[in-house]
Design a protein around this ligand. Structure first.
Ligand code: FE2
Length: 204
């Protein structure tokens, strides 16, 4: 696959749609936005290989796009075999769209005594499916690669620049919350704007 797959048009279209739905104040979750993400992750032909690389030890978060006003961001989440997150929250809304492989999403509830406990059965997310995260409805969870022998990739969207949001990880035994901010693995963003090849072809 070339470094800038032709399918990058899909990501460009998705980001344009999200930007269209945003107001100067921000971007709200909506069925239209969720459907646009579902459409994006129902095709696995657009993610640049550089944003699909696993790390032997840590799951990777490659920034694909951050809205210039930080109203939303789009990240590829690359799971190495068997990797998982700590129990954590987000402080902003989110969508998780499964692109490749599968992941397991276990939600947690905060108990009156301050501890956290699994809430409901773990859900398995498969390619084309989208899970919704809302801090108002309770968004504490732990996510894992469903596969012990291969890479899985999901595309996350957040209602802010997640690389600038202070949130929490939770000790599953005591419920003690520890503040953290997640960084990005990518040194370089995919180049959405080089459309010269298509324009050149039209000139021929
Ligand atoms: Fe999460």
């Amino acid at each position: 696959m070339p470094e800038t797959p032709a399918g990058l048009e899909r990501l460009r279209r998705f980001i344009a749609e999200a930007t269209r739905l945003a107001t100067p104040e921000g971007l709200a979750q909506s069925p239209r936005l969720e459907a646009a993400l579902a459409e994006l992750v129902s095709h696995d032909d657009w993610l640049p290989p550089a944003c699909a690389q696993p790390h032997p030890q840590y799951y990777q978060q490659y920034l694909l796009h951050c809205d210039p006003l930080e109203r939303f961001c789009v990240v590829s989440f690359v799971w190495g075999p068997g990797q998982s997150t700590p129990v954590h929250d987000h402080e902003v809304w989110g969508y998780v769209g499964m692109l490749r492989g599968a992941e397991i999403d276990q939600r947690y509830a905060r108990l009156p005594d301050g501890r956290v406990a699994p809430r409901g059965e773990p859900a398995t997310l498969r390619p084309g499916q989208v899970a919704r995260l809302s801090p108002q409805e309770g968004d504490i969870h732990r996510v894992s690669n469903a596969h012990a022998d291969r890479v899985s990739i999901s595309v996350h969207m957040y209602g802010g620049n997640i690389g600038a949001v202070a949130r929490h990880v939770y000790d599953p035994a005591t419920g003690q919350a520890k503040p953290f901010v997640s960084g990005y693995s990518s040194a370089q963003l995919p180049n959405l704007w080089d459309r010269s090849e298509a324009v050149r072809a039209a000139l021929r």
